[in-house]
Design a protein around this ligand. Sequence first.
Ligand SMILES: Nc1ncnc2c1ncn2[C@@H]1O[C@H](COP(=O)(O)OP(=O)(O)OP(=O)(O)O)[C@@H](O)[C@H]1O
Length: 205
Amino acid sequence: MRLEAKNVSFRYREHSPWILREISLSVEKGERVGLVGPSGYGKSTLLRLMGGYLKPASGEILLDGKPLPQKGVCPVQLIYQHPEKAINPRWKMKKVLEESGMFRREIMEALGIEEEWLSRYPRELSGGELQRFCVARSLFEGTQFLLADEMSTMLDVITQAQIWNLVLKEVEQRQLGLLMVTHNRALADRVCQRVVELSVETDGE
Ligand SMILES: Nc1ncnc2c1ncn2[C@@H]1O[C@H](COP(=O)(O)OP(=O)(O)OP(=O)(O)O)[C@@H](O)[C@H]1O
């Protein structure tokens, strides 16, 4: 199985500058790929496109040769840098997890999610605590690909290690595809089999 961006171009509004032009990138199931490049070159935008959160102006996002499914929980899961933007503020954490059908106890334990946090609203948790929920949710049983957008940047070193250990164990055991954006080249080199550099010139058109 393959997740593929094929000749994708994107800009946020008509007549605004192109962020991505004719970009192609693919990740195989079981493969770990890093995406690096200067700030503002469109790494996060490409991940949002590949996760189905944005639509390309031209080109295609394909999962196994077909468009991403529109219904149900998506097999391509995006983990953002800012967990507070990814979680419904009006739902308690238990409901957030229930929505994705994720309730594997060993995942909760490995991520250090405490039982008591389940009855809280997102605003009652710290950024690091919330990110653990985002990671747990992204690992529901139908997930085939994980798109990790600087997911550990805002966390302390111990939490970073805890989250990465769990994610990499799941990726290995379930042979998930992983596409990760990071500014930390050493992390990308350690985790990934392949690192792609995004270096597209935008021409301000
Ligand atoms: N919602 C948005 N509306 C308009 N422009 C946006 C939006 N999100 C991002 N941009 C612009 O698109 C460009 C690419 O942003 P993006 O976040 O994809 O880059 P990036 O390579 O991930 O950057 P960084 O490494 O700093 O996170 C930037 O110029 C940014 O200002």
